[in-house]
Design a protein around this ligand. Sequence first.
Ligand code: KIV
Length: 268
Amino acid sequence: MTTTRGLREDDDPITMLTAYDAPTAAVVDEAGIDVVLVGDSMGNAALGYDSTLPVTFDEVASRTAAVARATGDALVVADMPFLSFGVDEAESVRNAGRLLKEANADAVKIESGPHTVETTRRMTEVGIPVMAHLGLTPQHVNQLGGYTRQGTEQDAAEEIIDLAGAHADAGAFALVLEHVPANLAGAVTEALSIPTIGIGAGPDCDGQVLVINDAVGLGEWSPPFAKQFGDVRGEMVDAVEAYKEAVTSGEFPSEEHSHVEEDLDDLY
Ligand code: KIV
């Protein structure tokens, strides 16, 4: 079983993918992916919202429990949704604890900033492993004005380096770096003793993460830094059209997919 301590046991890059339901988590786990992230990206990827902001604590908890039930080896990380942390320290710690205690997560991820250093320390102190997240933090979309690259100016890059160190010192076991220049991600990775996991952050992180819809080609759109390794949407469209055609033509269900009880002969 993957543990937060054992994440970088060998030199292989860490692999992380999101999953929001049991069948997807089972596939991800069976493929040997190290970490399953129950990301608040479920807002766009699974729940039909326009952003991650409407995602509720209960939605993350329910999806995390489903993912944990289907996962054997991979580390299950639950993403703390908007306003479930960061407003009140005690409430943040309690909410994080509930994701471990009630939903069986192994760790939580929080979109980080200056306000989450102490929260990370407090969570870690009570036994909640924390994955930090810097760079593009989509819960700040209303302040960022879009899902834009971060850390492109010297000041902003230095702030990310400082915050990365502060979260590592506060006890975070890993750090997600999203949509930042590859050379900045490389510098952060070099400076930290905890592993970095990049998304749109170049090849020099200790690991990589993608949203499952982007990785398997399920979404209608994916960000420029994501690569589609399959065409699941195309496969689903073909299957659904084939089903419709088979039903409307009378080809399905055939005898093979039906059963007849001799004792019910009188009914026909
Ligand atoms: O919510 C999510 O899926 C994430 C990843 C993109 C890192 O935060």
